[in-house]
Design a protein around this ligand. Structure first.
Ligand SMILES: Cc1cc2nc3c(=O)[nH]c(=O)nc-3n(C[C@H](O)[C@H](O)[C@H](O)COP(=O)(O)OP(=O)(O)OC[C@H]3O[C@@H](n4cnc5c(N)ncnc54)[C@H](O)[C@@H]3O)c2cc1C
Length: 322
């Protein structure tokens, strides 16, 4: 029996969520006496692919067909379903990313498999499989028992600690038949936004809210983000006001992020905002109102005027770095 993991990559490198998903699979494989099979689509050097073995992938199936370059979800679903059946799959694991969220439900229909989406922790029980996921915009947890024979999980970022579990590297190159009729969409143009840290993949995110008063006051936030190598985000009113571009808005109607460190400055902590950032591992809030809701979610809070706190924080980070 196998646990399949779909491993995402960009620009020839595995994404952090790929390592997380393999590590998750290898931690539950032990209890299921299963092997972990990782699927990678796209051109990656063997050295990069072998990282998956470091975290417990017993077999790595690498598919490099040019026709799959543009992430056609129907074609990916067919490919993964075929591999799942061939490898005697019992569980398929995806990241709860845009791509994972697009493929997993389609695969669930194709395989008649139960799907638990947005899993936040290692299973409470592997047999029967009981996993935890968030609901009500992150305000409550559900324990979900997946009763079907075949099962599919999509994992929130930080759903488990990344644990090394080195096994022998076993890379299989697969050249599946990709018929043109399998490809349901055609990408005609790709516009790259160059130079920005992708918020959905950033390890640290510095975020500003309406408390910063105007788009002209973003300099200290940019400086802090630069120093920390962080992505810049904002609350929705900030982008609605045109202070920052819309692709920086996080929350229920914006990007859902899960950095290791989220620093919220002048953000009150409305539930629609928290819905997009609650998977952050550590949250730091800076707000002048000690009763702001954000402090009930934050791991660390600084009550104070952002325009006084930020320069001191920047100085401290500079000192620390030197
Ligand atoms: C359907 C729907 C969807 C939504 N989706 C989103 C979403 O995706 N993302 C999102 O962010 N919002 C979303 N919202 C809006 C959300 O409800 C809040 O209105 C919004 O998050 C508030 O943004 P804010 O915290 O920046 O501003 P405010 O709520 O105005 O908070 C500003 C904070 O700054 C503090 N402050 C003021 N001056 C200073 C200072 N000098 N120093 C330090 N702190 C200071 C204040 O004490 C306050 O806590 C949505 C709303 C709806 C109805």
């Amino acid at each position: 029996m196998s646990i399949l993991v779909f491993s995402e990559n960009r620009n020839g490198k595995l994404k952090k969520n790929a390592i997380e998903a393999v590590s998750y699979a290898s931690q539950i494989a032990k209890e299921n006496s299963a092997q972990v099979v990782a699927i990678s689509v796209g051109k990656l050097a063997d050295e990069e692919l072998s990282l998956l073995a470091k975290y417990g992938a017993n077999k790595i199936i690498s598919v490099t067909d040019e026709k799959l370059k543009h992430e056609d979800t129907m074609a990916y679903t067919k490919l993964i379903a075929d591999i799942f059946n061939k490898e005697n799959g019992k569980i398929a694991i995806f990241s709860h990313s845009n791509l994972g969220k697009a493929i997993a439900p389609r695969l669930s229909v194709k395989l008649k498999a139960g799907l638990a989406a947005g899993v936040t922790d290692l299973p409470d029980s592997a047999n029967p499989l009981v996993v935890k996921r968030k609901t009500y915009n992150g305000l409550a947890f559900l324990n979900v028992k997946v009763k079907s024979d075949k099962k599919i999980l999509t994992l929130n970022a930080n759903a488990c600690d990344i644990v090394e579990n080195p096994v022998d590297v076993n890379i299989e190159k697969l050249s599946p038949q990709i018929e043109d009729s399998m490809l349901k969409t055609k990408v005609t143009n790709v516009d790259l936004i160059i130079g920005k840290i992708l918020l959905t993949e950033a390890d640290i995110v510095v975020s500003g809210g309406r408390g910063l008063k105007s788009g002209d006051n973003w300099k200290p936030l940019e400086e802090l983000a630069d120093l920390l190598g962080a992505g810049l985000a904002c609350s929705r009113p900030v982008s609605d006001e045109g202070w920052r571009p819309h692709d920086e808005h996080v929350g229920q109607t914006g990007k859902i992020i899960a950095p290791t460190l989220y620093i919220a400055v002048g953000i009150s902590g409305a539930i629609q905002h928290i819905g997009g950032v609650s998977a952050s591992k550590i949250m730091v809030a800076i707000d002048k109102d000690k009763d702001a809701a954000i402090f009930s979610y934050a791991d660390y809070g600084i009550v104070g005027d952002a325009f006084k706190v930020l320069p001191r924080l920047i100085e401290s980070v500079k000192k620390f770095k030197s």
